[in-house]
Design a protein around this ligand. Sequence first.
Ligand code: ADP
Length: 483
Amino acid sequence: MKILLASSEVHPFSKTGGLADMVAALGKTLARAGHEVRIVTPLYRGIGAKFPKIKRVDWQFNLPLGAKWEQGGLWSLKPEAGLEVLFVEHPAFFDRAGIYLENNLSYADNAERFIFFSKCVVNLARYSPWRPDVVHVHDWQVGLVPALMLQQHRAEGWENPPLSCLTIHNLAYQGIFPPAAFALTNLPGGYFTLTGAEYFGQLNCLKAGIIYAEVITTVSPRYAREITTEAMGCGLDDQLRLRRKSLFGILNGVDYEEWNTTENPFLATAYSATRLAGKRANKAALQKETSLPVKARVPVFATISRLAEQKGVDIQLGALQEMLSANIQFVLLGSGSPVFESGYRELMRRFPQKVAVRFGYDEGLSHRIEAGADFFVMPSQFEPCGLNQMYSLRYGTIPIVRATGGLDDSVIDFTQEAMQANGIKFQEYSVRALAKAMRKALVIYNEPALLRTFRQNAMKKDFSWERTVAEYLIAYKSTGKVG
Ligand code: ADP
């Protein structure tokens, strides 16, 4: 099959969260399974310099964007056989310090930027001699692609358009813009209705994707069920219920080539389920790196996260205030809301011997934290899939998670399957419930045989991408349009 993936971020070229990891791994694994894959993404600042093998392609975009016409170029990189990454060049839109925002403020022209990008995706799908069978778009930034494809099919002579598939990585981000932004799509008004891209008078790019994509997927089975409920449907549950038959919940995989403890350039000492001693060395190295007292017997709890409300920062700060009276350490790597950052800074000020926080984005440190910590805390309000709990499992770092979305699907609690338990789950979104889960962690920590069993169960859990890709192929084929 020929598959065109479209995403506003792709690891290692650009990343703000799990979307980038997922699209990169999906593309790579589809290609290794024998499919021809192209991933299209914007050419952000710095990509050309960091990846000198990138080459200009003989391709020019000249596309209407409302009343104006916008031009763009195309660049290409072939990381491995069967896989090509295409970069849409438009310096005024994409050569900027941030991807979506700067100084915590979204760019004012995000509608222009990503509607233009969406039109480039459609242009490539239709006119490049390489005709994809599937156009698989990810999140609101390319949510309008299926509608644009449909319109070209219905009214502009595109005879056999590819299958359109939308993956929702997070329903909370919908790409909602003032109604005037609809004009940028150059679609007829019939698409801007209650049963189209209109949402309470505004343009909703993700809603457009949900309505017009032929297949919809999201990143875990439980989240697929949750988003069809009013409580967790973010205002789009009606539309999602209408599309239930075309909605698939597919748990993301983990790229074990990057996320492993045996051959990892970021780690000082390799270790595995049968050679756990190396984990102790990583713990000491982490304590040293974060200027915490190097103490082997003190349990280290850690979090790596965007500091957003979704991630449960408020209950985490509350539970830590309570738990830091115990003999524990806590390491945070995160970036996001300044209010939350100051909450963690305050904790570090009060408990300088126990708390270390690092703000900013640091890939190497994220691996070293996963390797050095004993427990990984993810108390999310909701979590479509979540990757860090799966990385933690492979690193033998016991995840403490709230039982929601992909966290519930990927972690096994003692009460579910005692022999297979690899993490700690709690249900209620409260300080009390999280603190109780952390106290359970201390009980496990103080029983070395139990801790070893948890770690070994965790490390042998396999979320390989091959299984995930097989499920995507089933979703594509469910329409009968591709074989
Ligand atoms: P989300 O996509 O909602 O942010 P996920 O758990 O799915 O959450 O994915 C988060 C990804 O981003 C993981 O790969 C995680 O390691 C990474 N990440 C988050 N914050 C940071 C940070 N400050 N530094 C390095 N990596 C980070």
